[in-house]
Ligand binder design. Structure first.
Ligand SMILES: Cc1cc2nc3c(=O)[nH]c(=O)nc-3n(C[C@H](O)[C@H](O)[C@H](O)COP(=O)(O)OP(=O)(O)OC[C@H]3O[C@@H](n4cnc5c(N)ncnc54)[C@H](O)[C@@H]3O)c2cc1C
Length: 484
């Protein structure tokens, strides 16, 4: 029986184990080792905002692992990997042998070397324990300072704003969301936040954090200004969890280097998720050429990686087309999204900007193909939300738009026609990662089964058999077709 071992119980590890179980059947032994419970970090801000209960951040409990036939060793760290003997040394003194191994150990937050950063009241927001601490300390409506205005920091900012906390943000770069938006898009976000009472300090850094006489924290900024806070959240970037691999012979640069089967430099050893530098969909030369690797550090990429690695561990030959760099974010009901190569200088762009709404769209072109896009606009703007999804499809499929490119340049707020007309919808509907439709995975926690929501009209609407659409009863439109 092949022994598959997975290190890490995050989205990448869980996606891999489910794929192995489906493709290899019961004729495979699967062991998952993780030093934390199995949960999705991206759910933590919703837990902070009390939108969900703590149990809802979990993506696997013991009953789930038993159902999957997986030996889950939670609360245990892997300390060393011996790639010759194919064994792992564990923090509880144990040793585990493997035939195939998946490294899905994610990343950890970085703390900048600021004097006073290690004191009580200054926290990262990365783990379930961090979330519990911040919830326990954040009584009433505290004053909070966020250090680092990046994607993760702003997701946490959104949760803190929902709780009514008084918020300030310090960002080293000249504008907020520097790796997600350009200066013009960020300006729209900054205006929106200031209008909602958030204090923004950009282009500066925190020199020191001290406890003032009043018991509050006091942050001295490089500009000479001072901010006070009950709580400080540090969100200044992450680094992949690779320390335990040093000396193992596995190639590491930005993260664990993998090929398009998610295999590392050692045969039979794979890596997935935030720890893995995997193929970047848009990095190859036009018309082909090898893809560069990148760490995108988002959950969809972690799940894709996990599924591809799991399929290859189960003996299939499945290659990954690469992940699309994307970030989608709600900032106090202002929607922000970025896709692909939006940062590239010297390319033709189409821009729509209206600072008063605010509304900002930027499309980056390579001939008649969309290779990058930025969006900023109010969350209640349904057209914007639809177009965000369609822009992703247009970029992801690398579709030549032909005459539709001219149309989009002239009508940049109407992507719908180009999306359908150029055949992108049709291409996407036929595309699967592993060569077959994904299975309904049901719920993973508490043995709960999905409610029977498949009412007949809904099943027809989401179905893929066009002929059956004629079975739908037309919905009467008020005022139309009535003879009075
Ligand atoms: C607050 C927050 C909000 C986010 N929001 C979004 C979002 O909206 N959209 C999005 O796409 N992404 C979001 N992300 C990012 C997303 O959560 C990550 O990309 C994703 O968790 C990566 O999954 P993973 O399985 O690679 O790693 P992880 O989820 O980090 O899981 C890895 C696990 O391995 C464990 N581990 C590490 N080393 C060892 C070892 N030596 N031995 C045993 N176990 C080990 C870790 O403790 C961890 O439990 C968010 C992240 C955070 C923190």
């Amino acid at each position: 029986m092949t022994r598959h071992v997975i290190i890490g119980g995050g989205p990448a590890g869980i996606a891999a184990l489910e794929t192995i179980r489906v493709l290899a059947g019961q004729a495979a032994s699967i062991t998952l080792i993780s030093d934390e419970p199995a949960y999705a970090r991206m759910a933590l801000p919703y837990y902070l905002a009390r939108d969900i209960a703590e149990g809802q951040v979990l993506i696997g409990d013991q009953a789930y692992f038993a159902r999957q036939g997986v030996e889950a060793r939670l609360g245990v760290r892997v300390q060393q990997v011996d790639t010759q003997a194919r064994t792992l040394t564990l923090s509880d003194g144990g040793m585990v042998s493997f035939d195939t191994l998946l490294i899905a150990t994610g990343a950890s937050p970085q703390r900048p070397p600021i004097p006073g950063i290690d004191q009580e009241g200054v926290y990262t927001f990365w783990t379930l324990d961090d979330a519990r601490t911040v919830i326990a300390k954040g009584h009433g409506t505290p004053e909070a300072v966020l250090i680092g205005a990046g994607f993760i920091g702003f997701i946490v900012l959104n949760a803190m704003a929902k709780l009514g906390w008084k918020l300030s943000v310090v960002e080293l770069e000249d504008h907020v969301l520097p790796r997600m938006l350009d200066a013009q898009g960020a300006k729209a976000v900054e205006g929106w936040l200031r209008a909602r009472g958030v204090v923004l300090q950009t282009g500066c850094h925190v020199r020191e954090i001290a406890r003032s006489g009043s018991g509050k924290l006091s942050l001295a900024l490089s500009t000479g200004a001072t901010l006070t806070a009950d709580l400080v959240i540090v969100a200044t970037g992450i680094r992949p969890n690779v320390e335990f691999l040093r000396g193992s012979g596995i190639t590491i640069d930005e993260g664990v280097v993998v090929d398009d089967r998610m295999q590392t430099s050692i045969p039979g050893i794979y890596a997935a998720g935030d720890v893995a530098a995997g193929p970047d969909l848009l990095s190859g030369a036009p018309g082909g050429g090898p893809l560069r690797t990148a760490i995108h550090a988002i959950q969809p990429t972690a799940v894709d990686h996990g599924r591809i690695a799991g399929a290859n561990m189960a003996g299939r030959e499945v290659r990954y087309p690469g992940s699309l760099l994307m970030n989608v974010l709600d900032v106090l009901k202002l929607h922000c999204a970025s896709f692909g190569r939006w940062q590239e200088a010297g390319r033709e762009v189409t821009v729509v900007y209206n600072p008063t709404r605010p509304l900002y769209r930027k499309y980056v072109w390579e001939d008649d193909r969309l290779v990058g896009a930025l969006f900023v606009g109010p969350s209640e703007d349904v057209t914007l939300l639809n177009d965000v999804g369609m822009a992703k499809g247009l970029i992801q499929t690398k579709q030549s738009l032909g005459a539709w490119a001219k149309y989009v340049r002239a009508h940049p707020t109407d992507l719908r026609r180009a999306y359908v007309g150029s055949g992108v919808a049709n291409t996407l509907i036929q595309r699967t990662l592993l060569g077959a439709p994904a299975r309904d995975r049901a719920y993973r926690v508490g043995g709960v089964q999905p409610p029977p929501w498949h009412k007949a009209p809904h099943a027809l609407l989401v179905g893929t058999r066009p002929a059956r659409y004629t079975e739908l009863k037309p919905t009467p439109t008020p005022g139309i077709g009535k003879s009075t």
